[in-house]
Design a protein around this ligand. Sequence first.
Ligand code: BG6
Length: 513
Amino acid sequence: MIETQSLSNPLREGLVESRRPQPFTMIIFGAAGDLAHRKLFPALYNLMVDHWLPHQINVIGFSRQPFDDEAFRREVEQSIRQFSRQPLDAKLFEQFVAGMHYLTANFNDREAYGRLRDLLTSLTQEQHVPGNYLFYLATPPSFYPVIAEQLGAVGLNASPNPQGWVRLIVEKPFGHDLDSAMALNGQLHQVFDETQIFRIDHYLGKETVQNILVFRFANGIFEPLWNRQYIDHVQITVAESLGIEGRGTYYDNAGALRDIVQNHMMQLLAMIAMEPPVAFEADAVRDEKVKVLRAIRPLSTRDIAMHTVRGQYDEGYIEGQKVPGFLDEPDIPSDSRTEAYVAMRLLIDNWRWAGVPFYLRTGKRLAKRATEIAIQFKKAPHRFFSQTATPDLEPNLLTLKIQPDEGIALRFGAKVPGPIVRIRTVNMDFLYGTSFADQAPEAYERLLLDAMIGDSTLFTRKDEVESAWALVDSILKGWARSKGPIPSYEAGTWGPAEADELIARDGFRWRRP
Ligand code: BG6
């Protein structure tokens, strides 16, 4: 059955109204860059097309590339044509770009921030709109502190209107290790308070990631099973078939652990393992996520050697195309020790999860793109069907398919029809694509809208980001001490043999998504 609108109209209208932002101006630092083009402009445009934006929004691009307003608007048009989920409609687009302005400036140029303040003041007065400002840091991270400082210096960290608001969205990566993340938090807090800071992790904007909480806490049947008594182990996979896509300089400095584990995978882990929050509110949800991150058992040097594996891909084939090895990628030094693959086993030392291993793996140039969380349940306590009836019966498995082929599958044993008892493993599948008619918004649409209305539930809090770094930092330090060779895997396969050994030591094997 296709679900179109299950809510009665007045109720739906009420919900829609509660999520409609007040008029505001968005200021994008780094507006000439890739992120703004690929994600931010299309997200804003789609929000407008879907009637989520207020009548009046202004967007100011602030970047080093020299553009005037007109040239900036044409850039935005190009971005919508190329990357928007919904096609460009000429009439709507003219309305969309009418409020777009551009300042050519260096991020550390104090005078430019004075010009920004003047432009904001004049827009606010001309249009009789409140002084609501949404700043977006889409620049290289080294500029985050200076931009925050300059905004503070010209008084743009507070609204000129007592009822107005000022918020700051900060892109990833948030820090390079624990110390730098703490330092950045300190620098931002000199100017903005925590309620104003929205640290983005685009994974949290994905519908399927939000559905983890709905699945767990809106249904009565799963939660009683969601613990060490019934769950054998959990596997979280973020597999990419893409390589590093021209981002060699960034990637060689980051590696899979910083690029994916510290943020996206820690968020998935926290949502799968957290306790029910006291309310579906930003701090209540984030309190529970932080508790999970803090309960992850710290890894000793021996644990790092035994329970983490890093890898680099060799050349191989992806969808029939030959691709180069990691060390031959542009901007990757031939002696790089940066990991393009990570696997690890973590334990969560709390009442719910004691003794249940969580296996995480992520990598570039793996066999296919697939992000999923697989929860393997313990076997039935007593086996009264004969071994011959169940030669290949697998344990129950619940798979949350985050992307692509979004959905949820439950694996169980069923009797093969016929006069003898034979049991075979079958799947019960829910697929977003066939169950819902509505096209899912892009993650950035959801996250921008949340920041516009001031809902920080899907943004990472200071203590959350630091707890995630604490774990990752210990692994980075452990790896830095070990001088052995980095395991390799052929591009287009499922990672190094050492990762298979890691999980096999506990008697399990990685799933093939
Ligand atoms: C980004 C990483 O955060 O996430 C990229 O920097 C990665 O390396 C990307 O490819 C994956 O995101 P998605 O939404 O395509 O799964």
